[in-house]
Design a protein around this ligand. Structure first.
Ligand SMILES: C[S@@+](CC[C@H](N)C(=O)[O-])C[C@H]1O[C@@H](n2cnc3c(N)ncnc32)[C@H](O)[C@@H]1O
Length: 284
């Protein structure tokens, strides 16, 4: 049985309207970025997360977007796949994947899951839980739709590697984000407590989850200065706060400063940490 949802908080309403609009206007961008930023061993963040729920037969992805992670889960052996996302344009792309022909893909909120109690062996979420408000509701819903002993595995951003190009980009960009006029400012996206092990445990514990295991991997987002500019400027929600002229100035500043980091091949290192947190419900 699905539960009667509490009304979304005003912060959640604002954040979700922004995210829905952003992803409806540019679906599919996130998975291109993830596939272009593997770990040093060649695995993608999707593969790292999928490995945490190996053996689970029925898996739900919260914030599944264009279904790239679901496809990896299916290839790894999951038989019943389901996903939920705010953006119907992202879901259109997911539905177009032949590998997801049998998947149950829903437009909706992770805080109000349209799935029955105990219908999944694992729930996953890649770079999406960190954007959600009312996380206690998400945790309660994940616990409700999981079987006893079910796993909850999430990947959340862990920040830029210091001294590299993403960090340089953010140092240059922050003053622009701060100076954006109110009509262009972004709503607060997500609850920062999700990004730290101890506070994530505090959020998940009341729903019945055990303390998480926590692992940090580094994604390689390096390339030429132009490539690193494109991946950062194209992938960051905050860039929506800049107008054309500000974007052009930031680009010029980045392209002037980045060559100081270049190696002999003309490549600038750029790393981002990804934190992988995994927990379980008690078996009975
Ligand atoms: C950064 S993208 C990550 C997409 C995908 N998990 C991936 O890594 O390729 C975040 C996604 O989460 C979705 N999302 C954010 N908040 C959500 C919520 N409360 N319920 C469902 N989906 C949500 C957005 O619509 C967006 O598609």
């Amino acid at each position: 049985m699905t539960t009667t949802p509490a009304s979304p908080s005003p912060t959640a309403v604002a954040a979700e309207a922004f995210l829905r609009n952003f992803h409806n206007n540019g679906p599919g961008q996130q998975s291109v970025g993830v596939q272009g930023a593997p770990l040093a061993d060649g695995r993608t963040g999707y593969q790292v997360l999928a490995a945490q729920v190996a053996g689970a037969r029925r898996v739900l992805d919260l914030g599944c977007a264009d279904g790239a992670l679901l496809e990896v889960l299916g290839a790894a052996g999951a038989e019943e796949l389901a996903g939920i996302d705010l953006s119907d344009q992202e879901l259109e792309l997911a539905r177009a994947r032949p590998a997801l022909r049998g998947a149950d893909l829903r437009q909706g909120r992770a805080q109000e899951l349209p799935f029955a109690d105990g219908s999944f062996d694992a729930v996953v979420s890649h770079m999406a839980l960190m954007l959600m408000h009312d996380v206690d509701r998400v945790a309660a819903e994940a616990a409700r739709v999981l079987v006893p002993g079910g796993r909850f595995a999430v990947a959340v951003g862990g920040g830029a590697v210091e001294g590299q190009a993403m960090s340089l980009f953010l140092d240059l960009a922050r003053p622009y984000f701060k100076a954006a006029p109110p009509e262009r400012s972004l709503p607060a996206l997500g609850n920062p407590r999700v990004r730290k092990r101890e506070s994530l445990d505090e959020l998940l514990g009341p729903a019945g989850f055990a303390p998480v295991s926590w692992d940090t991997v580094v994604l390689d987002m390096g390339g030429t200065p132009e490539e690193v500019w494109a991946s950062n400027a194209g992938g960051l929600y905050d860039m929506m706060a800049l107008d054309e002229e500000e974007t052009a100035r930031l680009r010029a500043e980045f392209l002037a400063a980045a060559p100081a980091l270049q190696d002999a091949d003309g490549r600038v290192p750029s790393g981002m940490r990804l934190n992988i947190a995994v927990t379980r419900l008690p078996a009975t």
